[in-house]
Structure formats: C-alpha cells, structure tokens
Design a protein around this ligand. Structure first.
Ligand code: ATP
Ligand code: MG
Length: 395
C-alpha cells in the first residue's frame, strides 16, 4: 500500500477504536488500483460529523452540510466524510439534501462511477459492491446504477465521465455513453465554475486528444460556455499532439488557436477564468499568431519573459507541427542587457528629478524609449549615460 495510505492509517484506527467503520474511498482507491500517483486520500466513516469532531480535536468543518470535516494528522489534512445518501436533486444539480447513514453500501451507491465507488480497508482489502475493480481492469467508465437517472440527478457527472476518459484513457461504457448523448442538454443547468473545473482537468488529461471527438459525438460540446459556434471544430483538436504541452495555459492556448477564436479574452471570460490566467493565454495565442521564428525581437523577448517565451514557442511548435525553438530563444533572452523593468539603471522618480517636470504620461513614454534603446544596444544601461541621453531628448 502506498505511503499516503500508510500515513493515514492511524486516523482510521482511531475511528475503529471508538466503534465506527472507516475506509479509504474515492479517487485514491481508484488510482491505487491503477498504480497511478495518489493525490488526496479521502476517508469515509459511519461516525456522524459531531462524533468525528469529538474524536479529532484539530479540525476544520469544511463541508459540514455534506458531512465533511477536515482533520489534521502529522501536519497533513484529510477529509473525513460521514456515509451519506443524497436526495432532492433540484434542477439537475447537486442535491439540496443529504442524509447521514451508517451503511457503507448506501454511501457507495450515491457515487458517480463504479471505479470511484470502491472502499478499501487499512489492510488493503477491497469492498466493491458494483464491480468497480472489474471495470478498472477493463478500463471502462460506467455509472453506479442507471445512467439516465444518475445524469439527471447531477448533470455534471457527464462532464466527469469525459474528464476521466481524458485523464485515465478509459472508454465510456455503451449505455453510459448513449445516456450522455441523450441528456447532454442538461449541462445547461450546471454552473460555469463547476463545468470549467472539470473541463480544465479534461484539458490536462494525457488522452485529451482522443476525448475531443467524444465531446462532439455526444453533443456535450454545444453546452460548454460560449461553444455553440465552435463545437464542430473541436474534432480537429484530435490531430494535435496536445500531450506535449504540460501547462494548463498552454493547453488552453492551443484549444483557442485550433478553434480560431478571434478574441481570446472575451471567449475566456465566459468560462470565468481568473484574470491572470486569461492574460497569459491571450499573450500566448497572440504570440503564436504574430511571432514567427524571425520576428522574436529583443523587445518581444523582454516583454514576454522566460516563462511565456517557452510556453508560446511550445504551443507554436505543436500548432504548426514543427520542432520547438524555445531553447535558442531562452538563450537569446539570457543575453539581453536587461531582463525586466527593475533591471533598468533609472527609475521614474529619477526622471522627474533630472527634468524638473511634473509627473504625467511622458514618464512611461520615456521609460519605454530607454528600455528599447538599452535592449537594442544604442544606450548603455548606466545612470549617467541614460541621464545624458534623456536631457538631450528634451532639447
Ligand atoms: P481526483 O483524483 O481528480 O480527485 P476523484 O475521483 O477523487 O478524482 P473528486 O472530485 O475528488 O474526484 O471526488 C471524490 C469522490 O467523490 C469521487 O471519487 C466520487 O466517488 C465522488 N463524487 C465526486 N463528485 C461526484 C458527483 N458529482 N456525483 C457523484 N459522486 C461524486
Ligand atoms: Mg479527489
């Protein structure tokens, strides 16, 4: 058993000592069976949330309504969730009501896919009511119970099915897939934030190129934010080596380039991406559109900085199916006389002093000119020389 489980064993033990059941559940058990890296070890227990909080004095009630208490053991946090069932799904979204129960099977029944509904004991024994282990061995994604019921309860599960197809390389079981095709319109009821969350995991999957075809085939693509008019083009993405890109912003950028999205920021706003991320994606997309090998000027290298140079060049290489030139570009960047504004031997404040003028937009214009001249080598990055030049511009 992986060290992540070993480290968490004392928590389950403590719950056992008080007479409760406790198991490892969810993605960690699935990933353990697949011999994949484990991120968070989730624990399910028959103890009620109040009981969990009594047993573990150091806790954060992160999702008490859903029975989740975050507890700490050896400085690591673990989510301990009470066995529960769900009901009263409103508008095809997450349930309005949960009931805490003492039965593991009931808890497993409310989970989305068979591969995610396996419990594991501290000795590594599996409790698998729905043949999840078998589905993992066959690499199949199948809902626990009737797919149409499960997708109508929570339409996000359809996105999750595709997300897992992308990250695990599994296929979606026929009936489950048919049901997605039928119920795809229900995705319109799901909040953009939840869709984006799953979509970004999908984008980062090792098998994402295979999943684009599936998104179009099932019709789910139409219900993604702002995608109605781009949906068909998504199929083209399957011919690109998306897996060569390891950053999320790079995968987004390739996505927008292939879909030929004219205004990246406007498009991404409908996906509610954070501003910083939108700016980076925009920079990469416009970089690929405008910068070819020969026109990476010193000024462009300076403006983009090392991270964005590397990302832009990598995306370009995948987009145009050519070798990436980022190492040469990064070398050129390293040779620049200044790497960022703070390397300039002059500040805006000094300009004000030298010229005895009041502040205004001219300061930025002057600084930019200094930057350009320093980068092009027509001016040394030295205070006295810059001062002389600036004073001469005034004449
Ligand atoms: P990851 O490795 O990406 O964290 P995961 O399977 O752990 O994958 P989570 O979103 O962390 O996915 O959810 C944890 C578990 O909760 C799942 O394995 C599944 O059993 C259950 N679950 C999560 N979301 C849903 C949902 N929408 N409907 C039903 N069960 C769900
Ligand atoms: Mg998880």
């Amino acid at each position: 058993m992986e060290s992540e489980f070993q480290a968490a064993k004392p928590i389950l033990q403590k719950l056992h000592d008080r007479g409760f059941e406790a198991y490892f559940v969810g993605g960690s058990v699935r990933d353990h069976l697949l011999a994949r890296a484990i991120h968070d070890v989730d624990i399910a227990t028959s103890a009620m949330p109040e009981e969990v909080m009594m047993i573990f004095p150091k806790y954060v009630p992160v999702g008490l309504k859903h029975g989740t208490v975050l507890i700490f053991h050896e400085k690591l946090g673990y989510e301990v969730t009470t066995f529960r069932t769900e009901s009263d799904y409103e508008d095809f979204r997450r349930p309005a009501n949960v009931q805490f129960v003492r039965s593991l099977k009931e808890d497993m029944k409310r989970r989305d896919f068979t591969m995610n509904a396996i419990a594991m004991t501290t000795t590594g024994e599996l409790i698998d009511f729905f043949e999840g282990g078998n589905d993992i061995a066959r690499k199949v994604i199948r809902t626990v119970g009737e797919p149409s019921e499960r997708f109508s309860e929570d339409a996000l599960r359809m996105m999750r099915a595709l997300r897992f197809a992308s990250t695990l390389g599994f296929s979606i079981e026929e009936k489950t897939k048919e049901s997605i095709s039928e119920l795809a319109p229900l995705l319109a009821h799901i909040s953009v934030e939840r869709i984006t969350g799953e979509f970004e995991k999908l984008l980062m999957g090792d098998y994402v190129h295979k999943v684009y075809t599936l998104i179009v085939a099932t019709g789910l693509g139409k219900y993604l934010p702002n995608m109605a008019s781009y949906e068909q083009k998504m199929e083209c993405l399957s011919t690109y080596d998306c897996w060569k890109l390891d950053k999320l912003v790079e995968r987004w950028a390739l996505f927008l380039l292939v879909l030929e999205v004219k205004e990246p920021t406007c498009f991404l706003k409908s996906w509610r991406l954070p501003t910083k991320q939108m700016k980076e994606i925009h920079l990469i997309v416009e970089g690929v559109r405008n910068l070819h090998k020969e026109n990476w000027t010193k000024l462009k290298l300076y403006e983009f900085g090392p991270e964005m140079i590397e990302s832009t060049e990598k995306v370009r290489s995948v987009y145009q199916n050519q070798q990436s030139n980022h190492e040469t570009l990064l070398k050129k960047y390293q040779e620049l006389p200044v790497k960022s504004k703070k390397d300039l031997a002059v500040t805006g404040k000094e300009l004000l002093q030298w010229l005895q003028k009041r502040g205004g937009s001219w300061v930025a214009v002057y600084l930019q000119r200094i930057e350009e001249e320093v980068l092009n080598g027509t001016l040394q990055n030295e205070k006295e020389e810059i001062k002389e030049a600036v004073l001469s511009w005034e004449k």
